[in-house]
Ligand binder design. Structure first.
Ligand SMILES: [Zn+2]
Ligand SMILES: [Zn+2]
Length: 174
C-alpha cells in the first residue's frame, strides 16, 4: 500500500477488469464501462444515481403538471393588468408569480427537477398569450396615435416580467 499507483485495481462491479480509474465520490476503482464522466471527474453509476435522487427527483408527469397549472394560473393572473394601475401591478404581479410557483411546487409534491423553473416561466407566458393578443391589437391602435393602447401593452409587459421572475426565483431558491 506504500505505492498505490503500482497496485493493480479491479472494477468493483467487474472484478476481472483491471483499471486505473476511481470514482471521485466513493473512491472505488471502476472500469471504463462503469465510469461516467462529469465536469469534476469520473463517478461510478451508483454514486451518480445517488446524486440524481437528490438533485433530480422529478418525474416526466411533473413537467406536464407544472406547465398546465402555470399556464392556467398565468391566464387567470393575466387579467391583473386590466384591473388597476402600475403601482397595483408592482405589488400584485410578484404576488401572483409567488402563488403560482407555490401551487406548482405543491402539485409536483416538492420534487426537484432541473427543468421545473423555466417550464413554469413558459407556462405563465403561454397563459398570458390571449391577453397579449389583445395587447398586440392595441399596439395597432398605438400606431394610430392611441397612447392608452401603449399603456395597456406596457402594463402587460410589466406584469409578465414581474410574475415570471418571482415565480422562477421562488422555484430556484427551493
Ligand atoms: Zn462511486
Ligand atoms: Zn466495471
Amino acid at each position: 500500500m506504500t505505492e498505490p499507483t503500482d497496485e493493480a485495481l479491479f472494477c468493483y462491479r467487474h472484478p476481472k477488469i483491471e483499471t486505473t480509474l476511481r470514482c471521485y465520490q466513493c473512491d472505488r476503482p471502476m472500469c471504463v464501462r462503469c465510469a461516467r464522466r462529469t465536469p469534476v471527474g469520473y463517478i461510478c453509476g451508483e454514486c451518480q444515481r445517488g446524486r440524481q435522487r437528490r438533485f433530480d427527483q422529478s418525474r416526466p408527469t411533473d413537467y406536464v403538471v407544472a406547465l398546465v397549472i402555470s399556464a392556467f394560473l398565468g391566464g387567470v393572473a393575466s387579467i391583473l393588468p386590466m384591473l388597476g394601475s402600475w403601482w397595483f401591478l408592482v405589488f400584485l404581479s410578484p404576488l401572483a408569480g409567488t402563488v403560482i410557483a407555490e401551487i406548482v411546487w405543491r402539485a409536483v409534491r416538492r420534487r426537484h427537477g432541473p427543468h421545473l423553473w423555466w417550464l413554469v416561466g413558459v407556462g405563465i407566458v403561454i397563459g398570458t398569450l390571449p391577453i397579449m393578443g389583445s395587447s398586440l391589437l392595441q399596439l395597432l391602435t398605438v400606431l394610430q396615435g392611441n397612447l392608452w393602447g401603449l399603456q395597456g401593452l406596457l402594463s402587460w409587459g410589466l406584469h409578465v416580467v414581474l410574475a415570471v421572475s418571482t415565480a422562477i426565483a421562488r422555484l430556484r431558491l427551493t
